[in-house]
Design a binder for this molecule. Sequence first.
Ligand SMILES: NC(=O)c1ccc[n+]([C@@H]2O[C@H](COP(=O)([O-])OP(=O)(O)OC[C@H]3O[C@@H](n4cnc5c(N)ncnc54)[C@H](O)[C@@H]3O)[C@@H](O)[C@H]2O)c1
Length: 259
Amino acid sequence: MSNKKVILITGAAMGIGRAAACKFARNDWSVAMIDREKEALMAVSEDLKKEGRDVEPFLCDVSDYEQCNDTVEKVVAHYRKIDALYNNAGVLGDRLGILDFDHKAFQEAFQTNVFGSMYMIQLVSRTMVERKLEGCIINTTSINADIATWDPVGYIGSKGAMRCLTRTCAFQLGKYKIRVNAVSPGATVTPMARASWENKEVYDTVAGLHIRNMWIQPEMVADAAFFLASEEAYGINGVILPVDDGYTCGKSADFSKIS
Ligand SMILES: NC(=O)c1ccc[n+]([C@@H]2O[C@H](COP(=O)([O-])OP(=O)(O)OC[C@H]3O[C@@H](n4cnc5c(N)ncnc54)[C@H](O)[C@@H]3O)[C@@H](O)[C@H]2O)c1
């Protein structure tokens, strides 16, 4: 068995997952890259292989239990073990609000964001327990789970569910020495949020909700996930780590000019 640590990253073809695959692979991890978008997945994994990185693409829709099961088996057959899981794949759904949301979009958000994450947690943590590995799991929640927003209600509910489940998984898997934490990104410049950041007015408004008037870059979230997976984070368990430039601190009006 190689001395390299192995991480399985879902949603690795684009956005934050792609940045995470690059971060881990360039820092000497072996990376099992999971996505359902074949072309994008192959393109990024080929680029990393050309750099000499140890990555392997696996086509999988995480909302399907059988596909997750099959994929985890293939990853273990390839790498012999999985040390870490980054549940990053996520879908937004529609933005139609409570009176009009589409029930299928609502279901799809839960199917990928919650069910897919839990399928992977169960399947991957079983492989860790079998091998007595002190593994680690990183989930993905969102600022939407902390504050009221106009984002899709299915998405918000799914991210709230992942907040609760992260803590519960940390507790239930703790006896096997598996740590479970989550990252909670602010508004991040990825394909998912393109409709917002491509519109100058929306971009500026959203930037203004972050303390330093900025958007989060995917690499910032990838760096936080990398830290949570590292030995330096060995004491950190059951934590939801905001990567949101203080968005969820809440911003008041600036009264500093009033004398
Ligand atoms: N972008 C933001 O502003 C933001 C903010 C907070 C949280 N997040 C969360 O961060 C994570 C990554 O988001 P992103 O912005 O990089 O998204 P993105 O849409 O840019 O990329 C998501 C990736 O996941 C893949 N994916 C989606 N559903 C899948 C499925 N069922 N099976 C396999 N792969 C699937 C997509 O193909 C894509 O490659 C998501 O969980 C998202 O909810 C994003």
